[in-house]
Design a binder for this molecule. Structure first.
Ligand code: SF4
Length: 115
């Protein structure tokens, strides 16, 4: 049996998923097994989502990444990488070219010009 579980709360997703797909404005931006995604996230949006998970123990706090700007209109998305208007790592190419999904050595898949 396979379940497709959709949530904004990765702390919940972690407990019931084997493979996690992160989406932004309707596009898949990262796909990885649970351990890889939580231990070594690649996409800047994934990193921001993970940083927003509240930690029960203050010593385990992650550095919080607060995204700037508004969520773009999904019916009229930004050119290139749809995340470039809010991405803290955005480069010039990100406004022009949509990044393609590629498979990395650890088996995770990411759509980002940083890789
Ligand atoms: S492609 Fe560019 S804007 Fe998009 S997530 Fe990667 S670095 Fe950020």
């Amino acid at each position: 049996m396979t379940y497709l579980f959709i949530s904004h709360d990765l702390s919940v997703v972690e407990h019931i998923s084997d493979t996690i797909t992160v989406m932004y404005l309707g596009n898949m931006v990262e796909i990885a097994d649970k351990r890889t995604l939580f231990n070594d996230p690649k996409h800047p949006y994934t990193k921001a989502l993970l940083s927003s998970i509240p930690q029960a123990y203050p010593k385990q706090q992650r550095e919080r990444i607060v995204l700037q700007g508004e969520i773009p209109n999904a019916a009229d998305p930004p050119s290139g990488c749809k995340f470039h208007t809010r991405c803290p790592m955005a480069m010039e190419i990100c406004q022009k070219e949509r990044p393609q999904m590629q498979t990395l050595k650890d088996g995770s898949r990411v759509a980002c010009h940083l890789y």
